[in-house]
Ligand binder design. Sequence first.
Ligand SMILES: NC(=O)c1ccc[n+]([C@@H]2O[C@H](COP(=O)([O-])OP(=O)(O)OC[C@H]3O[C@@H](n4cnc5c(N)ncnc54)[C@H](O)[C@@H]3O)[C@@H](O)[C@H]2O)c1
Length: 255
Amino acid sequence: MSTVDLTGQVALVTGGAGGIGAAVVRRLAKLGARVAVLDLDAAGAQRIASAVGGIAIAGDVTDAATMPAVVEQVERELGRLDVVHLNAGIGGGQAGIDDALNVDRYRKLVGVNVDHVVYGLCAAVPALRRQGGGKIVITASLAGLAAMPADPLYTLTKHAVVGYARAAGKALAADGIVVSALCPGFVDTLLLGAAKEEFDAVAFPLLTPSDIADALEAVLAQGEPGEAWVIQPGGQASAHQFRGVPGQDVVLGRV
Ligand SMILES: NC(=O)c1ccc[n+]([C@@H]2O[C@H](COP(=O)([O-])OP(=O)(O)OC[C@H]3O[C@@H](n4cnc5c(N)ncnc54)[C@H](O)[C@@H]3O)[C@@H](O)[C@H]2O)c1
């Protein structure tokens, strides 16, 4: 049984029209929150928002102006902001280690998977501080903890946001703001593209969007600042235990 009760609270989910985001929107609403759904897909955002009595916002998270405007709109229309799920993301689709680098594609990848997380966190923090604290959950990936040779650029972006969540988590803990990252293995969503057929052909076990909503609920209930939660099929989601590195006390500000 869940210990999370979001009655009276307001949540914002980016990439909330599809896959993982849509499952999370439904879960947050079930837990009592009013939810704002932000997505490039205006019709999809409206569909999910209407289903849960929330609000839909159409926007591109790669635009630096989007997240501040969205946070302002959420506070204006729903009165406050307590939980933010920075979830929008795209696949890399190229190795990025040869001469054929598609620079536009690379910039877009970094825009959605990294810039959006920075813009979103920076825009959300003042609003969460106004409530005396809150939660920010970033959808990273297992590729944020392990190397994925099939997609080094996606690996780059997801390692970046895991590092950001860990550092920002420590930096914001004293404000009562808990920043966490979700690191799922492969999830059955449109993001898989053509790989879905290959997974199905070998009966590879895939996570479902609902598994990620379960993990998000667990993070809201028990997450500590700066954790990165691993989610794999058949297992209980849990915080990854990072090994220490020589000299880490300096960057942790302990000396
Ligand atoms: N599917 C997987 O195997 C998997 C595994 C680990 C992590 N993830 C991560 O989970 C997150 C959600 O992915 P998903 O699998 O649900 O994919 P998805 O494609 O089903 O959903 C992504 C959503 O983000 C939205 N979006 C994309 N670009 C946007 C932009 N510029 N502005 C606003 N919205 C935008 C899309 O319209 C879509 O609704 C991503 O960050 C992804 O990297 C996915």
